[in-house]
Design a protein around this ligand. Structure first.
Ligand code: SF4
Length: 257
């Protein structure tokens, strides 16, 4: 229930950011059109053509933003999104930094925008799984801080070394990986995570991390679909962190429907 409320709030925030960005882009478009037609009439043709190019470019940006708006509204109503994969790649590559900047302009913390971004990304990943083939090779990519800090076993790279004592979520994650035919990997940082992805060549990654690491991981691996799940940090960042295992299993079930 709490998760649903969080998701709804993320979608509302993202919608507001898209509308605000569209408004700003439209204002720049209006100005770019107005200046050469009215104010630059005495300038040489080349200057007017440059401005014309600007108008076309900003117009295209505006059109794509409207596409996102439609997609987020459709996500809110559980309507399948056509071209969800493509839309996700464009949003991550080109528009996320713009949304963060607009968020900052209105005083939103970066972490809040990142949270909303991961939620929308996840919905698009699920939507593209529904539209296309079920991913065969799933990688469960976990941060090292999930492991109990006093556990003497080394599980990075070799999660199967875990003795399954149950003091941390690694035990259940191993069971889930076995049940759903996924690969479980525990990484100590971005470099190792990238190497694991290269070696396992997954069709889909389910990654657990904080807002910052999930956002950068999703950006790094685009167009590979990454479903992000936030860890919880009851003892502070990067120490004995936890993950909602039921939510993770629900994602595995949804993908394998
Ligand atoms: S479940 Fe595995 S990784 Fe976690 S503390 Fe026990 S042995 Fe260590």
């Amino acid at each position: 229930m709490l998760l649903q409320r969080e998701k709804a709030s993320d979608k509302r925030l993202f919608l507001a950011l898209i509308v605000l960005t569209a408004f700003l882009v439209l204002s720049v478009l209006g100005l770019t059109y107005f200046v050469p037609t009215v104010g630059l009439s005495s300038f040489p043709d080349v200057v007017r053509w440059i401005f014309f190019g600007g108008v076309v470019f900003i117009g295209l940006v505006f059109t794509v933003i409207l596409g996102f708006l439609a997609a987020v509204i459709a996500l809110g109503r559980d309507i399948p999104i056509p071209y969800a994969k493509k839309l996700r790649s464009i949003a991550i590559k080109y528009f996320f930094p713009l949304f963060v900047t607009v968020g900052r302009l209105v005083g939103l913390p970066k972490e809040r925008v990142q949270h909303a971004f991961v939620t929308i990304n996840n919905e698009l990943v699920i939507s593209s799984c529904r539209n296309g083939k079920t991913p065969k090779r799933i990688l469960l990519l976990m941060p090292h801080c999930l492991q109990y800090s006093e556990c003497p076993v080394k599980v990075t790279y070799r999660a199967e070394n875990c003795k399954r004592c149950g003091k941390c979520p690694i035990k259940r994650l191993l069971e889930l990986a076995e049940e759903y035919g996924a690969v479980l990997s525990v990484a100590t940082g971005g470099t190792i995570a990238r190497r694991v992805v290269k070696e396992t060549k997954p069709d889909l990654i389910i990654a657990v991390a904080c807002e910052r690491d999930l956002t950068s991981g999703i950006q790094d691996t685009v167009p590979l679909p990454v479903y992000g799940i936030f860890n919880s940090r009851p003892q502070g960042p990067c120490f004995n962190t936890q993950v909602d295992l039921e939510a993770l299993e629900a994602v595995l079930k949804e993908i394998n429907k």
